[in-house]
Write a protein that binds this ligand. Structure first.
Ligand code: F0G
Length: 456
């Protein structure tokens, strides 16, 4: 059979809002034209994020009842720890309530003035946590990684030559760690090849710099390796994952993605000194070392999620659903970042709304219009999220202007996807009417979450 089906049936359903265009125009205006301010009860299809929005399985819900809510030494923690060690093989597994807590702790331990932390592309919270620790975050995407129109199997790869140049320029003693984000979220959910992970490690080894994976979507990355990289076709996802982690000295993970759960994260490391310092910070800010800010029942759900995510039928459905979404948009002529990534379709806002300059936020304008047309919530990943200002206040745009339509795991059917494609296609047909935007208020860090907008 050629049709790829959801490898599950639906046991429990949740109603979604169906609103009129008139209502949606008011709702988005009242939300200051920022989709983060919308109430979920007013949204028809929520593609804001694939993080923590997973539908859990009956087995996960069952295990939640078994949560051992002891403060210290909970049975649930050991199940979680075993599940994580099984694929990472790290010596220390330190739970946190979500990924950014793991980042804050790790970079508080490793960062500091005059230090640099490279990555293929830092995710927004990763960059913010590094900068908050007065450290410089450096993005080193591969050549094709910032070209949304160029096809490629592993556009998430890190530019190894650029990494060596950086090491020589700033000195190996000033790079406490090199990160590698799998898949590369800010770069379009694109995978990193095993070859690139291995070669990054080999270079870092020469200089004595540890490699840490930002591994939120490790299973999706492993699936792409199996499908696209020579020599991996007959390997299981678990084997591929283990090899990926074998090159790393540690990791941070937001388990809200490939942990197939609604919350959680962790730091993994083989370094006793880093682990010791991280555990102290964990106790100060998150909780004891056997729960790290999570209810122990959440650790139960994660332990099961880390079994289910290795199911190849699940991963096939997952990657194919995102591809189906991207293919349908392309059939309608909508410009998207190609090829489609693991967890989202990214609209190429620069081509979609080519009449709007980056400093007038084309992606934000598209995002608002998609809500007005279909009640669909998506998010800008471009000048709003990553734009900076030079000393004279001139806008410095990031390499790409994108709008991310993230697909929650096991939540929407392909009919929901068809509806979304219809709405986006309509916005595209009327693209000439899209207007540029300005920011009327913004906070100091991570402005996209709470900034307020207006049309110019
Ligand atoms: N790293 C990456 C690559 C991520 O995609 C995220 C979160 C984090 C770290 C932080 O994890 O949210 O658990 O604190 N990404 C979500 C998203 C928010 O929508 O892409 P967190």
């Amino acid at each position: 059979m050629r049709t790829v089906i959801e490898p599950f049936k639906i046991k429990s359903v949740e109603p979604i809002a169906l609103t009129t265009r008139e209502q949606r125009e008011k709702l988005i205006k009242n939300a200051f034209y920022n989709t983060f301010y919308l109430k979920s009860e007013d949204i028809t299809i929520d593609l804001l994020t694939d993080s923590g929005t997973t539908a859990m399985s009956a087995k996960q819900w069952g295990k939640i009842m078994e949560g051992d809510e002891s403060y210290a030494g909970s049975k649930s923690y050991y199940k979680f720890e075993n599940a994580v060690k099984d694929f990472t093989n790290f010596k220390h597994i330190i739970p946190t309530h979500q990924g950014r807590a793991a980042e804050r702790i790790l970079f508080s331990v490793l960062g500091g003035k005059g230090k640099y932390i490279p990555n293929n592309t830092h995710f927004d919270t990763t960059r913010a946590n590094i900068e908050y620790a007065e450290t410089t975050a450096v993005d080193l995407p591969g050549e094709d990684g910032t070209n949304p129109e160029k096809l490629g199997d592993f556009k998430g790869n890190l530019n190894i030559a650029a990494l060596e140049t950086l090491i020589k320029k700033v000195g190996k003693e000033n790079i406490p760690v090199c990160m590698l984000t799998v898949t590369n979220n800010s770069g379009g959910g694109q995978p990193v090849s095993m070859k690139n992970i291995r070669e990054t490690k080999n270079l870092l080894k020469k200089y004595g710099i540890p490699l840490y994976l930002d591994c939120c979507r490790f299973a999706e990355n492993a699936y792409f390796i199996k499908m696209r990289e020579k020599g991996y076709k007959n390997k299981s996802i678990k084997e591929i994952t283990r090899e990926m982690f074998s090159y790393a000295d540690g990791c941070t993970m937001s388990a809200k993605k490939d942990g197939l759960s609604n919350t959680g994260g962790f730091i993994g490391t083989n370094d006793d000194e880093i682990a010791g310092k991280a555990k102290t910070l964990l106790i100060i800010t998150e909780g004891f070392i056997t729960y790290g800010g999570l209810a122990r029942r959440d650790l139960e759900a994660l332990a099961v999620g880390f079994e289910e995510v290795f199911d190849e039928n699940y991963l096939k459905y997952r990657i194919e659903q995102v591809k189906y979404f991207g293919d349908k948009l392309m059939e309608s002529g909508v410009p998207i970042l190609v090829p489609t990534g693991g967890h989202a379709v990214y609209l190429n806002a620069k081509r979609f709304a080519s009449h709007i300059k980056p400093e007038h936020y084309p992606g934000q304008s598209i995002t608002c219009e998609i809500f007005k047309v279909g009640g669909i919530r998506v998010v800008e990943i471009g000048s709003v999220m990553f734009g900076k200002k030079d000393a004279k206040g001139k806008h410095i745009a990031p390499p790409m202007e994108l709008v991310r339509c993230a697909v929650p795991r096991r939540v929407y059917t392909n009919t929901h996807i068809d509806y979304t494609v219809e709405a986006i296609t309509e916005v595209y047909k009327n693209r000439k009417k899209l207007k540029g935007m300005k920011i009327s208020w913004e906070p100091e860090f991570l402005r996209h979450f709470t900034a307020k907008f207006d049309y110019i």
